[in-house]
Design a protein around this ligand. Structure first.
Ligand code: ADP
Ligand code: MG
Length: 255
């Protein structure tokens, strides 16, 4: 069914936190331009999977391969340098910097992976700075942030702070984008902008893992869906298949 060889392979991954098994034997593969939806009740292990792929926690068992490289248990900054970029459930913007400055920080992933390193190495050529500003302007247009370019990120309503978080991740030119509940707390209008942003990423061939509770939002975007329950995969496949799956309906959809 898949015409591309996978960019991301998560193989039989297990994660234990002390006596708690947060993930049990999870296998996923993701190809160019594919969006994988990741759903499941609170505490089912969704963020943990993103944390393992992005290197926040080591796996207890299993392997993670990216573009043919074994990245299992690599440091977060090495994984970011390979182009695996993630957002957090609570936005990690710099509240005392403007929206534009926060977005410019995103573009610096290409030069140095850490915030500290990028402030220490802020001597790019004028041409590079201009290219970055052009991309920041383009993304701000795409998600209606242009009018707020010079506002402090910390003064924005929560939904807009989330948009800045996603926009910054996109500006880092990800090879794989991991979005942990980006739609939580967004208005209908903001959901549309977020939808537009994610499609923009997909159209560039960048694979995305999208965690969210907003069922219509997820099913309208994804190519495949994975349902977790208590750390285990209870469904993996098409959205249509999920909607007919009795276990998922009982465990999660609640109808
Ligand atoms: P979800 O994102 O689906 O709501 P999480 O991945 O955050 O779920 O959590 C899965 C389980 O792992 C939960 O029981 C949670 O309490 C536990 N867990 C997550 N992170 C840690 C941690 N750092 N230490 C201990 N337990 C954790
Ligand atoms: Mg979570």
């Amino acid at each position: 069914k898949k015409s591309f060889s996978p960019i991301l392979n998560v193989k039989e991954v297990v994660k234990d936190f002390g006596g708690l098994r947060a993930l049990n034997d999870v296998t996923i593969s993701l190809s160019k331009g594919q969006i994988l939806g990741l759903i499941g009740p609170n505490g089912s292990g969704k963020s943990t999977l993103v944390n393992l792929i992005s290197g926040v926690y080591p796996v207890s068992k299993g392997e993670i391969h990216f573009n043919g490289k074994d990245i299992t248990n690599m440091a977060t900054h090495s994984i970011a340098r390979y182009g695996i970029i993630r957002t957090f459930q609570d936005p990690h913007n710099v509240p005392t910097m403007t929206v534009k400055e926060n977005l410019l920080l995103g573009t610096h992933r290409l030069f140095k992976s850490s915030l500290l390193a990028c402030t220490l190495n802020a001597n790019h050529s004028l041409r590079e700075e201009e290219q970055m500003l052009t991309r920041v302007t383009e993304i701000m247009e795409l998600c209606d942030l242009t009018d707020y370019a010079d506002e402090l990120a910390g003064n924005l309503p929560y939904g807009m702070q989330r948009m800045v978080e996603v926009a910054r991740a996109i500006l880092a030119e990800p090879q794989l984008l991991l979005l942990d509940e980006p739609a939580a707390g967004l208005s209908e209008g903001e959901l549309e902008e977020l939808n537009r942003l994610i499609r923009y990423v997909k159209n560039q061939g960048i694979p995305v893992i999208l965690i969210d509770h907003h069922m219509d939002f997820v099913t309208g975007l994804v190519d495949e869906i994975l349902v977790l329950e208590s750390g285990g995969v209870i469904y993996s496949g098409s959205v249509e298949g999920m909607q007919k799956d009795h276990h998922v309906i009982r465990a999660y959809l609640g109808v």
